[in-house]
Design a protein around this ligand. Structure first.
Ligand SMILES: [Mg+2]
Length: 164
């Protein structure tokens, strides 16, 4: 049970992910969280660094979809200008939004990675769908809401249990 909370890969930020290696392993699609994964939780728009990264993803031929537990205005305002498909109020770790994201990507689960900054939602949700999960460090943890701070406390308890 606990291993469902353990990411397959851990990096400091999305910019450290070895995209060529993912391609080599047969991955073609990315389901990514938004808040504190792509930008800080209170950043309304993509940063120049993120725009560059998205270009690189595109060059590599990756399909990308944003799956966020946040509300429609936040997610839409961020994703629309980028022309990225998105799922809002995703209720991660429930499976529904991951299934929807796989449909949007039109890829089989074994070709898709999940990127996110939370073990309780992104990693747990991705793992229980059998997807390859990548955990990043939260960009701006000081800006997190109440629910997320509770999840962080649970994360710390889990990590202590798992001795990591
Ligand atoms: Mg997040």
């Amino acid at each position: 049970m606990l291993k469902l909370f353990v990411p397959k890969m851990k990096v400091d930020s999305i910019y450290e992910i070895d995209l060529a290696a993912l391609l080599d392993q047969g991955f073609r699609g990315i389901i990514t969280d938004l808040d504190n994964t792509l930008v800080g939780a209170r950043e309304p728009e993509a940063t120049p660094q993120l725009l560059e990264w998205l270009k690189v993803l595109d060059k590599h031929g990756f399909r990308v979809v944003i799956v966020s537990n946040n509300r429609q205005p936040r997610v839409e305002r961020f994703a629309k200008p980028l022309g990225m498909p998105f799922v809002y109020k995703a209720k991660k770790p429930l499976r529904t939004s991951f299934k929807k994201a796989l449909q949007l990507l039109d890829l089989p689960p074994e070709q898709v990675v999940v990127i996110g900054d939370q073990m309780m939602t992104d990693v747990f949700g991705g793992n229980r769908m059998g997807l390859f999960t990548i955990l990043v460090q939260p960009i701006a943890p000081q800006d997190e809401g109440f629910g997320t701070r509770i999840n962080r406390t649970l994360e710390r308890v889990l990590l202590t249990f798992m001795n990591q």
